[in-house]
Design a binder for this molecule. Structure first.
Ligand code: BGC
Length: 729
């Protein structure tokens, strides 16, 4: 597939890459850019007291047509090794004579990608789905802030992070770099991520807009979905992120939506994003997701990446021929230039310095501790009592050496290793659970078994007080999972260990939901996602009770594939489980419509393995005194256990029957921390839109009259308090 050939030059020698650049169509080497000449700095656009829009207008008066076009595309596919490149995924050439710098773009979903290529370091944070499992807006801001700082340290001006396609398909290979299945949770978390990131004067983005909810056939699939379902699901997540987070950039996706490619879809790009939501930034295509010149430009695409096939010379010709009005071209340029002024990349470009790995690791650990979700804890198996433990068996998943990371453009290079091949074999980061566990029980006998032979693992487990089994589910961009079942012999491994030791604790390192046929046999289970550079230490702190777990699932865990809206991923029967193969165009008919995630399970009366919003604690909470109105809820929450802990208080609402909606939807939540015996009154404001439906005829949100049922509690299926609220006509 062209995309890979074009972009993924990481493993290539410089000589080979350079040779390809010389023959490449859009990769003609350009002279290196020097510092801005003094006279360019005297332009009136450098008056910082003027608005970014005014500054852009003043600068554009001095730009030639060729210079304008230059801002609307990348410099070619071999950005990683190209002459202007800083090592990232792309470069947009600047205009030195006017003081506009090159824009250096880097993938940075869970940390800055491809740092090793240039001998740099980047922090691997817990995967984004773990960020979502914290339900913690302040942590989402810190997550983005850390990535923004490390981008700036490495002299990047543009982030290509901000993934937030909702988990409509739980086997999507990219769920680890997204924010779960609920549009309000995903949207609010993405908004804070972007705010944190952009506070570093780095251009932030959200992606992949929109409905790139599976990797299977992502370059050819045509997503079918009605307007109401679009606006209330994936687009609601983007709406919240765009309006509250104010990202400078939105990346349009590979797939088609209702017949038009996302990057030339005027409904998505112009009617909704730019007009309805008032987005003032620019739309950039995913890598080789542009398919036309005039159609794309007129639909609202502002920048083609990584090359210039459609928005380079072809765009110039289209403008000269009158196919694309000059006003639209100027709008494209204005959006980019005003963004550069607004974000500070002109006034305060990144200077470059060594990344601080210590701050990064501390932040990663704190997020991992809040992101882990305790799924089962029979007989208070956890926390482990370090003083009483004499022996521990640690089993499986390379838990002697490291923790798993996700692949593709969200892959971060591990410290002490070379560049990581794109979507290659899975990468384990040097954060050793075995060592971290040993450090907690220095006097105990802690043995390791690789888990490759279930019988051998079972005998190691039998000889120990407790067995901790690690299981994993590697995922990567461009490849979906064929099934929720864990790969290899892992289910047999857990069953064998559990049969040998009644104190079996399972640790899951997955990119999303997984089936657990053995859940009834084990005493405890904890989901840590891909937990980042300090994943092992975070886990050990939870296992031994130094940290009380408080994460809650941002996705429903189904018992089996058969319970999902699509028992097989649409299109997967047409080709191997890869997004990039050749296969006929096909429709991805998302027949579940509004019923994404828990809304499907509620509406269909299906019992999930673990519901959305679920997560245990080492303490317990009681809910009382619910007071509800259409604009707010208050409830008293009390810590009824013996230790301090955090609870994520969740408010769901069922709309009146006339709305014809799934039984309930999340409308608000709050994370609170309580000492033993302490209680707090939690007051939550409700946003009218979140209780509304999208009326297609009126093309507007509508709050219907009728009875609204409020559900309050600690998960979507554990809501001890309910009440009815009437909304008059
Ligand atoms: C991915 C994007 C990524 C881009 C640049 C594409 O394959 O879908 O998420 O930002 O490559 O690496």
């Amino acid at each position: 597939m062209k995309h890979n050939l074009h972009l993924r030059s990481v493993g290539m020698t410089f000589a080979v890459a350079a040779a390809v650049i010389l023959v490449g169509l859009d990769a003609t080497p350009v002279p290196a850019q020097g510092p801005p000449q003094p006279e360019t700095l005297k332009g009136p656009w450098n008056d910082r007291s003027l608005s970014p829009d005014r500054r852009a207008d003043l600068l554009m008066e001095r730009m030639t047509l060729d210079e304008k076009i230059r801002l609307l595309h990348g410099t070619g596919g071999f950005a990683l090794s190209g002459p202007r490149s800083n090592g990232g995924a792309g470069v947009v050439e600047g205009i030195p004579r006017l003081g506009l710098p090159d824009l250096q773009l880097a993938d940075s979903a869970v940390g800055v990608r491809a740092a090793a290529e240039r001998g740099r370091y980047a922090t691997l944070l817990p995967s984004s789905i773990g960020e979502a499992a914290t339900w913690d807006l302040e942590l989402a801001h810190r997550y983005g802030d850390l990535i923004g700082r490390e981008l700036r340290d490495q002299q990047y001006d543009v982030s290509l992070g901000g993934g937030m396609d909702i988990t409509r398909e739980p086997r999507n290979g990219r769920n680890f770099e997204y924010l779960g299945e609920d549009p309000i949770l995903a949207g609010k978390m993405a908004a804070q991520f972007v705010r944190g990131l952009q506070s570093n004067q780095v251009i932030g983005d959200v992606k992949h807009y929109a409905f790139n909810d599976q990797e299977t056939g992502r370059n050819i699939g045509n997503v079918l979905l009605g307007k109401r379902a679009m606006r209330e699901t994936d687009l609601l997540a983007f709406e919240i992120a765009v309006t509250e987070g104010q990202p400078a950039m939105v990346m349009c996706s590979y797939n088609k939506v209702n017949g038009d490619w996302a990057c030339e879809n005027s409904y998505l790009l112009t009617d909704v994003l730019k007009k309805a939501w008032g987005f003032q930034g620019f739309v950039i295509s995913d890598w080789e997701a542009t398919h036309s010149t005039a159609k794309a430009a007129l639909a609202g695409l502002d920048n083609e990446e990584p090359g210039s096939r459609y928005l380079g010379d072809a765009l110039k010709k289209a403008v000269e021929a009158g196919e694309v009005p000059m006003a639209r071209l100027n709008d494209m340029v204005h959006r980019i230039v005003r963004t550069e002024f607004a974000m500070g990349v002109v006034d305060n470009p990144p200077l470059g310095r060594v990344v601080d790995p210590f701050t990064g690791a501390d932040t990663a650990q704190q997020i991992a501790e809040q992101a882990s979700v305790l799924l089962k804890n029979s007989g208070a198996q956890l926390p482990l009592n370090a003083a009483a433990l004499k022996s521990v068996a640690v089993i499986g998943s390379h838990s002697d050496t490291g923790v798993l990371s996700g692949g593709g453009s969200a892959q971060v290079d591990p410290p002490g290793a070379g560049p990581t091949p794109w979507a290659g074999p899975e990468v384990w980061f040097p954060s050793s659970p075995l060592k971290a566990i040993r450090a907690k029980v220095p006097k105990a006998r802690v043995v390791f078994d690789p888990g490759s032979n279930p019988a051998a693992a079972a005998s190691a487990a039998k000889a120990a007080d407790v067995a901790i089994v690690f299981v994993n589910q590697p995922t990567t961009e461009s490849r979906d999972l064929p099934t929720l079942t864990l790969p290899g012999n892992q289910d047999q491994l857990v069953s064998a260990v559990a049969a040998a030791n009644p104190h079996t604790i399972v640790v899951l390192e997955t990119g999303g939901p997984a089936a657990m046929p053995w859940i009834g046999q084990v005493s405890a289970a904890i989901e840590v996602w891909y937990p980042g550079i300090r994943g092992a230490q975070a886990l050990a702190n939870i296992l031994f009770g130094d940290v009380n777990p408080c994460g809650k699932l941002p996705v429903t865990f189904a018992k089996a594939d058969a319970d999902l809206p699509h028992p097989a991923i649409p299109g997967m029967n047409l080709l191997p489980p890869s997004g990039n193969g050749r296969m006929p165009d096909f429709d991805i008919d998302y027949t579940e419509g509004l019923k994404v995630g828990y809304k499907w399970f509620d509406a269909e009366g299906k019992e999930p393995l673990f519901p959305f919003g679920f997560g245990l604690s080492y303490t317990s909470f009681a809910y009382s005194n619910l007071k509800a109105a259409m604009d707010g809820v208050s409830v008293i929450v009390r810590n009824t256990g013996k230790r301090e802990g955090a609870e994520i208080v969740q408010v769901y609402v069922g709309l009146p029957p006339a709305a014809n909606e799934p039984p309930k939807r999340l409308v608000a939540w709050r994370k609170i921390r309580l000492a033993p015996g302490e209680q707090k009154t939690v007051a939550l404001t409700l946003e009218p839109k979140f209780l509304s439906i999208f009326n297609e005829q009126k093309d507007a949100w509508e709050l219907l009259p009728g009875q609204y049922k409020f559900f309050v509690g600690g998960s979507s299926r554990n809501t001890p308090l309910t009440t009815l609220v009437a909304k008059p006509q």
